[in-house]
Every structure is written in C-alpha cells, then in structure tokens.
Ligand binder design. Structure first.
Ligand code: AHM
Ligand code: MG
Length: 337
C-alpha cells in the first residue's frame, strides 16, 4: 500500500526552516525562491534546446576567453533578472560577466546578501545532451546596508558563505542547497512545476568508491597526482567490485554523483594551466561549502579551499573534493615513499 507523506516544496521547506530562527527576516528564503524560479525557466529552455534553434555558439567570447553558447546567455539573464528584481540581493557576480554588478536602487541598497553564480556550467556538453548545471553561492555583504556594494563584498573567502547550491539539468532536474544546518535536495516535479524535497539531510559517504579526473591530462599533472591515480587504479585491480573511475566532464554532475554515492573529484593543476581550470569563486567555493557541510572535504591539493582569500573575482584554483577517507588517502599520498 502506498504511503502518503507530506511533500515539501522548496518554498515550504525554506519557510519552515525560518521557524528555527525567530529573528530571521526571510530574505534568504526569498533569494532561494528567486533562484528556484530562474532554474525552472532555464530548465524549460535546456529541455527544448534541440528543438528551439538555441543550440550553437552565440559568437561571443566570455571573460575567460571561451566561446559563449546561447543557453549560457539565457541562463545568465534569467538569474540576473530574478536577483535584480528580488528584494534580497544587493549585487551579483557571474562567471559570464567581466565585473560584478551592483544593484543601485533603493530596495537593493538595503539588501543584505550578494550572490555569485556560474549560470550554466559544463556548457560544452549542451550540444550532446549531457547534463549541465548552475552553481551559486550566497554571502552577507560586508559593506554597510544602504550603500552600493563594492568589490570587497565579492572577494570574501568561501568560509563566509551563508548558503551555496547547484541545479543539475539532467534526467531529472534537481536543486541542492546547503546552509550550515545541512544539505537538502529538491527534485523538480514537472507536472506541478515545483521543486519538491527528495533528498533530506544529504551526507557524503565517508568511504568513496569513485575517482573522477580527466585522464587525458595525465602527463600534465604533477607526479603526486599521477601517483594517487595509480593508487586508485591499483585498488581497482586488487579489489575490483565497487571501485571505479567516472568522469562526465560536467562538474555539477560529477560532484553531485560523488556527493550521493561517495568518491573524489579532481581538477588538478596542469603544466599548461598551473592554476587549474575551475574558478575559485564560482565553482570551487560553493561545492567546497556543500561537500563540507555534508561531511566531506575540499582542498586545492594542499590547503582547504574555503580558507583561500581570493585576490580577484575570476581567480582559478586546482580542486580536490569528496569523501573524507578518499581525501585523506590523497592527502597522505607521497611520491618520495
Ligand atoms: P565551464 O565553466 O566553461 O563549463 O568549465 C567547467 C567545466 C566543468 O564542469 C568540468 O568539470 C570541466 O570544465 C571539464 O573540463 P575538461 O574538459 O578540461 O576536463
Ligand atoms: Mg563553469
């Protein structure tokens, strides 16, 4: 017999969380609702990408010198729009913009949060129907309310995040967000157009089974990384079974899978990209926050991601992230033994 239980929508859940904080203003709930709304709009476009003549290059280069796809622009506009017109966000920074954007109006100057986001991560995969995602992080502004936000609001270390999350536009669409109180996932029910609580209090398994890395870069990695990869491969040869390697090339999907199933995701420095590929503020910090709240770890190979003080908005960092025990094995990996 089917058991009916109350299904919480994203809005209901965030409002319910407010009850734990009698002095909360509800601004974070508003902001998450705005992000959920933009995600639903992006989801519609992602789902009909093959039909809507929206595939292909928009013919522009973004600030990273990469070609922008049309859906990147659409997603960027959606997230910018909802945050600009909401009441909770004083300014944004996006992987697609050169600079941060301060919302200079009477309501936004009083808002207490700023938001950074990568509107469509893994967009190189759009043309081939591979899952892509949005990544976001939320900080308290450091400048006083009433003023216009400045660069200092956007280059805070990741440890100061108030919330962070991501959306995977995949076989189903899921929004996962973390606050210090926990990590929860909401799957989009297309029949009612609502994100519904589906993954409560997500914990990253302590012992992972999966290692995720772009093997094509193997000879560009430092020796320690190559040694660790060999250790993982030796484990697969010795133990077989559940251990394996998986790499989608879409970070949101790769880290989401490892968060649920256990594993380590690595985007190390390479000889041609000594700072790695991923952006500290838009990709590494939000995932580091989420995975740490879920019980895992995240480093740049040597130090904790969340402790890095950014020097600029678009700075890159190597990333090693995932299950605690695998991360400890990586930390203990030496080439001189
Ligand atoms: P993007 O922000 O330009 O989409 O790049 C980030 C993506 C990640 O999602 C993914 O993990 C990585 O780039 C894949 O890079 P590579 O093809 O070098 O392995
Ligand atoms: Mg990205």
């Amino acid at each position: 017999m089917a058991i009916n239980r109350k299904v919480y929508t994203l809005d209901e859940f965030t409002i319910q969380q407010l009850r734990n904080f009698p002095h909360a203003t509800g601004e974070l709930s508003d902001l998450l609702r705005d992000i959920g709304l933009a995600a639903k709009r992006v989801n519609v476009e992602v789902n009909k990408a093959g039909l809507a003549d929206i595939l292909g290059e928009a013919g522009m280069m973004n600030v990273q010198g990469e070609e922008v796809k049309k859906l990147d622009l659409f997603a960027n506009n959606q997230f910018t729009g909802v945050l600009q017109h909401g009441i909770s966000c004083a300014g944004i920074a996006s992987e697609e913009w050169d600079d941060y954007v301060a919302f200079d109006d009477a309501v936004s100057r009083q808002s207490k949060y700023i938001c950074l986001f990568d509107p469509l991560d893994g967009s190189a995969n759009i043309d081939v129907n591979v899952s892509i995602g949005t990544i976001f992080s939320v900080y308290h502004r450091t400048t006083p309310k009433g003023s216009v936000v400045t660069l200092e609001d956007f280059i805070q270390p990741g440890i100061r995040q108030v919330a962070a999350g991501y959306i995977v536009y995949g076989s189903s669409t899921i929004l996962v967000y973390a606050t210090r109180r926990g990590v929860n996932g909401f799957t989009l029910d297309p029949s009612i157009g609502e994100f519904c609580l589906s993954h409560t209090d997500i914990k990253c398994p302590v012992q992972g089974k999966i290692y995720s890395v772009n093997h094509g870069n193997f000879f560009l990695f430092e020796e320690r990384v190559r040694t660790y990869i060999h250790q993982c491969q030796a484990k697969i040869a010795a133990e077989g079974g559940p251990y394996t390697q998986r790499y989608i090339g879409s970070m949101v999907s790769d880290v989401h899978r490892n968060l649920l199933k256990g594993g380590i995701f690595m985007y190390p420095a390479t000889t041609n990209k000594p700072q790695g590929k991923l952006r500290l503020q838009y990709e590494c910090n939000p995932f580091a926050f989420i995975v740490e709240v879920a019980g895992g770890m995240a480093t740049d190979g040597y130090k904790r991601i969340l402790d890095i003080v950014p020097a600029s908005l678009h700075q890159r960092s190597p990333l090693f992230i995932g299950s605690r025990q695998m991360m400890e094995e990586w930390e203990n990996c030496r080439t001189d033994l």
